[in-house]
Ligand binder design. Structure first.
Ligand code: 5GP
Ligand code: ZN
Length: 113
């Protein structure tokens, strides 16, 4: 998908701060973070929503979220995090390439997610 921002990040055509990478999954820092350490986890292949994502790839994304969530919390000394997908435009998904958010949360942070 030439016009997809996240595919361009996977291809290295748009710079990003990589948090984790393997053959199928990429995690990178959000460019407009809701909190320090806000990380996005994506399948490298283009799929618009979770509804289009093959189950095996969904499992890999989930495994990465599972491993990275405590690591991201540790990195910014957060006691908790919101881990979420906006799935579809009406739900607030702005980039049509599946991505999970890891948003570190802090006491009394106002719940901006
Ligand atoms: P959504 O609203 O689709 O769930 O979240 C999209 C996220 O992608 C937003 O948090 C936004 O800040 C982030 N984002 C959009 N464009 C870029 C970009 O070019 N680079 C990075 N690193 N993040 C981006
Ligand atoms: Zn894409």
């Amino acid at each position: 998908m030439d016009d997809c921002i996240f595919c361009q990040i996977v291809a290295g055509d748009i710079p990003s701060r990589t948090v984790y990478e393997d053959d199928d999954v990429l995690a990178f820092l959000d460019a407009n973070p809701l909190a320090p350490g806000h990380t996005l986890v994506i399948p490298k292949d283009h799929h618009e929503t979770l509804n289009d994502l093959p189950e095996d790839l969904g499992s890999e994304v989930m495994a990465a979220l599972h491993r990275l969530t405590p690591a991201v919390e540790d990195a910014v000394d957060a006691p908790a995090s919101t881990v979420a997908f906006n799935n579809g435009e009406a739900a607030g998904q702005e980039v049509p390439h599946v991505h999970g958010h890891i948003v570190p949360r802090f006491e009394d942070d106002g719940g901006r997610t």
